[in-house]
Design a binder for this molecule. Sequence first.
Ligand code: R5P
Length: 312
Amino acid sequence: MDELKVFTGNAHPALAKAVAKYLKIPLGECEVFTFSNENIFVRILENVRQRDTFVIQPFCSPINNNLVELLIMLDALKRASAGRITAVVPYYGYGRTDKKDQPRVPITARLVADLLTVAGANRLLTVDLHAAQIQGFFNIPVDELTALKLFTRYFKEKKLKDLVVVATDIGITKRARDLAASLDASLAIMEKRRVGNIDKAETMNVIGEVEGKVALTVDDEIDTGGSLISVASALEKRGVKEIYACCTHPIFSGSAVSRLASSPIKEVVVTDTVPLNGEKKLDKITVLPIAPLLGEAIHRIHTGLSIGAMFE
Ligand code: R5P
């Protein structure tokens, strides 16, 4: 397995190219296309026998298509006798369906883990899962990277005074605490409630001191923007001076971008684990590239170096 090969499906080729550039290797050659009957077809166009192979494919829109594309690519690599296959899923969609918290609902995050493994993945490399426990849905090694270091470096350079890091819900508290500690800031936690199964979130209470401070909210993803907007208005009511936001996965579905544009939030800092096309761009949205982090992790997995050391 001396030779490293990185492939991409159609989800986010720009990210895969940036990772290959970091690794100073060409992207692996393959064709991935859909027949007129909507069947996806994959052909690996180079020898992968006994090679250390990685497939980069976030579960972004169209999520179901991108998921199936990845499964078929894994199957093709397995049947081509690849030495080891790592599914690189920078954004693990379906991660929010991770528990049976009402009667007769699925645990789709677990189902997807099973699908990836059955298709041929020997390892998973991912970034900021919705909940770290999803790692346990896999019986193969999982390396979960975090974008927190990127956010820390970015906001340290801004030298914001009177900073409070705000966890947008209880689930993100540990990451918010880590970010607050590395920025020398205080911590506040929002108590959020989802209304039914629709994309509607209500912020109930704020735990911690925020009045007169500069708030930096942190979340794993912004989907419709509903949670963030409701957090921002709760913070405004409690007298914060300015609001910044950071999140790893800018899903920005529906009218998220226009909601952010008209919100009191001064800047939204995200990464490019998912593609951000023209209509998802705004002056107040700053994108930090995730490719160096993924590239370094792939290099370390390939050469047997520690990944933990990247975050020490
Ligand atoms: C959910 O618990 C996540 O951490 C995010 O807060 C959520 O995905 C954001 O969704 P939306 O932007 O639609 O409120």
